[in-house]
Design a protein. Structure first.
Length: 156
């Protein structure tokens, strides 16, 4: 995998073999950083013709309500125009982020074909993107708004 973009708050990776883009949030971004980072992700996805997106939210503690609205109305409208068929989410420790992501991706599934997987680790998410297979001994994580990541075994 090659690093396409690297800042103090976000790292973007590209895996040419899997035709996948990975966004790894390194800390809570400011509103400006969040929006810029997500827009850069869209641009890279278009440029590299990605078919899969790994969204690593492990270190993302939350976003503002205004940013959540922007993601749902502005960014997501652009995201669903891409040819992405798989999205793997490395779950945030924040219940608010988890429930928001689940709701957003459920909406995506209603708008077009999008296979979605939720994982406790980056390795498990990337393995699933590569072939849709779980590492032996793992199980997929199907989140709920009140799920507790300490009970998740996938990818640990």
């Amino acid at each position: 995998m090659s690093v396409l973009y690297n800042t103090t708050y976000l790292r973007l990776y590209y895996d040419g073999f899997a035709h996948a883009l990975e966004t790894e949030w390194l800390r809570r971004p400011t509103s400006e950083e969040l929006r810029a980072g997500l827009q850069i992700g869209l641009e890279m996805a278009r440029e590299y013709h990605v078919r899969a997106w790994v969204s690593n939210l492990r270190r993302m503690p939350g976003i503002s309500q205004e940013d959540e609205i922007w993601v749902r109305t502005v960014w997501f409208a652009q995201f669903i125009q891409l040819d992405i068929t798989h999205i793997a989410v490395v779950e945030s420790r924040s219940r608010l982020i988890r429930s928001g992501v689940v709701e957003l991706l459920e909406r995506a599934g209603q708008l077009g074909p999008l296979s979605t997987g939720y994982f406790a680790s980056r390795a498990a998410a990337r393995t699933w993107i590569m072939g849709g297979q779980l590492i032996p001994g793992q199980r997929p994580f199907l989140p709920s708004a009140n799920s507790d990541l300490t009970d998740i075994r996938a990818g640990l």
